[in-house]
Design a binder for this molecule. Structure first.
Ligand code: TYM
Length: 342
């Protein structure tokens, strides 16, 4: 059976981008057709300046939202990365097959390092090595597929490179995974700055729709989205990124096609497009918000799901990570070394 692994980082409140680019498919498709593991990757949240209490809070909230989005613990495993030691055990070994040049070429590293420095802060070493930990997350489980938004494609490509390199040097150990992306909504843009991704970590403000925003807040944000000075609605991501982003969001929420929605003069004005988009987003988020509220009233259920998820994850990851340790030359624990052996 196909194995699927993906994760979300608790660095901010989850956004419409996280949902349309990744989470929605996990619940609607992946958990039904594959052996799936979904992870709150809390160690990754420590790579930039962080508040411990906030990371804890956001981790709990992310777990609750994943379940609210429809992940069913009967069908898939949901767990917290730091509850399974195999991730960090494997990460170190993979650091021994990765190069520092490779790490420095990662787009997200470059962007975030510049941002941290411009704020006068220093760049944590873990920000540089982050993609190796991400590779370990995936390779520990022998995942075949990694459903992610476009911004993670480069990291999954690196994961493939590391898996192939390790297998070539030390013997067949890892499955070489591939990224899968949604046809629509793989890169939702910030409503106020349509040239930038709608990101949860660094930004705040009216250009980001959070999954737990009240319907009126969602409406206000969408109605105030930046469009362009052109007239008429058409799908042209290069020339008219603001309108294209709205069409993309509308299409993702209604199961349509952004090019078709923008063609044929279906929308005479930006106002109409914004209104329909706002209502479509509100409707998509409604069941999620309702289920989230129910789950918040039952924290013991969420805790139980995470406990069971981590236990299953440990059992799956352990043999692969042990195999990698042996392959790279580490002595298995408990081995008796004969006297005089080299
Ligand atoms: P993170 O937490 O930034 O995002 C979680 C998922 O949401 C997708 N996403 C988006 N998709 C479309 N439009 C957007 N604006 C948007 N913003 C975010 C992301 O592509 C991602 O799929 N490094 C990862 C977390 C991670 C991981 C892993 C993922 C750690 N280990 C192993 C997969 C497998 C991250 O920062 O995602």
């Amino acid at each position: 059976m196909t194995r699927v692994f993906s994760g979300v980082k608790p660095t901010g409140h989850l956004t419409l981008g996280n949902y349309l680019g990744a989470m929605r498919r996990w619940a609607a498709v992946d958990q039904h057709r594959a052996d799936s593991l979904f992870c709150i990757v809390d160690l990754h949240a420590l790579t930039v300046d962080h508040d411990p209490a906030r990371v804890r809070r956001l981790s709990r909230q992310a777990a609750t939202l994943l379940l609210a989005s429809g992940l069913d613990p009967e069908l898939c495993s949901v767990f917290v990365q730091s509850h399974v030691d195999e991730h960090t055990r494997l990460s170190y070994v993979l650091e021994c097959v990765a190069s520092d040049g490779e790490m420095r070429r990662m787009i997200q590293y470059k962007e975030k390092a510049v941002r941290e420095r411009s704020r006068g802060g220093s760049v944590r070493l873990s920000l540089l090595t982050y993609p190796v930990l991400m590779a370990a997350d995936i390779l520990a489980y022998g995942a075949d597929e990694v459903p992610v938004g476009d911004d993670q494609a480069q990291h999954v490509e690196l994961t493939r490179d590391l898996a192939v390199r390790f297998n070539q040097r030390y013997g067949q150990t890892f499955v070489v995974p591939r990224a899968t992306r949604p046809a629509v909504g793989a890169r939702v843009m910030n409503l106020q700055e349509p040239a930038s991704k709608m990101g949860k970590s660094e930004d705040v403000g009216p250009g980001i729709v959070y999954l737990l925003d009240e319907p009126d807040v969602v409406r206000r944000k969408v109605m105030r989205a930046v469009t362009d000075s052109g007239r008429g609605v058409e799908y042209d991501p290069q020339g008219r990124p603001g309108v294209a982003n709205l069409l993309e969001i509308l299409a993702a929420c209604t199961g349509g096609d952004p090019v078709e929605l923008g063609g044929g003069g279906a929308y005479g004005s930006y106002g109409e497009l914004k209104r329909d988009t706002a209502e479509a987003v509100v409707e998509v988020l409604r069941p999620l918000r309702e289920r989230h509220k129910e789950l918040c009233a039952d924290p013991a259920f969420v805790e139980g799901v995470l406990r069971d998820g981590a236990e299953r994850a440990r059992g799956l990851a352990r043999p692969t990570v042990d195999a990698a340790y042996r392959a790279i030359g580490l002595l298995p624990a408990g081995t008796v070394v004969p006297t005089g052996a080299r």
